[in-house]
Ligand binder design. Structure first.
Ligand SMILES: NC(=O)c1ccc[n+]([C@@H]2O[C@H](COP(=O)([O-])OP(=O)(O)OC[C@H]3O[C@@H](n4cnc5c(N)ncnc54)[C@H](O)[C@@H]3O)[C@@H](O)[C@H]2O)c1
Length: 251
């Protein structure tokens, strides 16, 4: 149990990769806050089934009042906040299309969730982490930024921005004992993506062919890196990005 007694907020944990992170972190002994605009009760129930502790807090990461409430309710429930995983994003619901066809409103919505969201969530938890003298903020980028994947411009730009947030924020909070790092996953099928594929099967085949390790990525391939970045084992690592994509892109 590498995270015994730690309190971890995972945004966007009602489904997909966020849920996989929440479950694995709970298995390592962490108390989990599922912060999502969607109902997080299924994730909470799944954690309780493995004898873990979790609560769901309805959170819109684009709203400052909502993110402040997320932090306040987490402290109310569990007395502390040790880790924030900035996982919530507009991703699986985006239709891929050339940039000249992306509606300006869709660009704004992606930036609001994927970029402003991590900023507001970090801002909300910072005072508590500072008071504790320690904290971990884990941002979630994507291999698409390193590859310059086409037909996804707003998303790719937002994920590059997550790495920029990590680098600048890490320098501002190091003296407070807070580490800020990024995980950049490669394409990883979730239940949601299985039911609502964004790409035809040949694209998945091309991604696998580009990897050093030639098999599809699963959510379980990512969770170990999340645990490492949340744990004391990574206390001297900050401002970094770890690509977890079977060796498809290099950092
Ligand atoms: N699955 C992949 O292949 C892959 C690859 C690289 C990076 N990522 C990143 O991993 C993360 C999770 O991916 P996923 O496949 O589970 O995505 P997903 O789209 O299935 O899930 C996103 C989650 O974020 C939540 N969310 C959306 N807007 C929100 C808001 N305003 N406030 C709070 N929560 C909100 C959604 O409700 C959902 O639960 C994202 O940051 C994504 O960019 C995914």
């Amino acid at each position: 149990m590498r995270l015994e007694g730690k309190v971890v907020i995972v945004t966007g944990a009602a489904r997909g990769l966020g849920r996989a992170y929440a479950l694995r972190l709970a298995r390592e002994g962490a108390k989990i806050v599922v912060a999502d605009v969607l109902d997080g009760s299924e994730t909470v129930e799944a954690i309780k089934k493995i004898d873990g502790e979790a609560i769901a807090i309805k959170t819109d990461v684009t709203g400052e009042e909502s993110t402040r409430e997320m932090a306040a309710k987490s402290i109310e429930a569990f007395d502390r906040i040790d880790v924030l995983v900035n996982n919530a994003a507009i991703f699986a619901t985006i239709a891929k299309r050339p940039f000249w066809e992306i509606p300006a409103e869709e660009w704004d919505a992606v930036m609001a969730v994927n970029l402003k969201g991590p900023f507001l969530c970090a801002k909300a938890v910072y005072p508590q982490m500072k008071a504790q003298g320690k904290g971990k903020i884990i941002n979630v980028a994507s291999g698409t930024y390193f590859k310059g994947v086409p037909n996804f411009l707003h998303y790719v730009v937002s994920k590059g921005g997550n790495i920029a947030i990590t680098r600048s924020m890490a320098r501002e909070v190091g003296d407070a004992g807070i580490c800020v790092n990024t995980i950049a996953p490669g394409y990883t099928e979730t239940d949601y993506l299985h039911e609502h594929p964004q790409d035809p099967p040949q694209v998945t085949k091309m991604i696998i062919a580009s990897q050093c390790i030639k098999r599809p990525s699963t959510p379980d391939d990512l969770t170990g890196t999340i645990v490492f970045l949340a744990s004391d084992d990574s206390d001297f690592i900050s401002g970094q990005t770890i690509l977890v994509d079977g060796g498809s892109a290099f950092n």
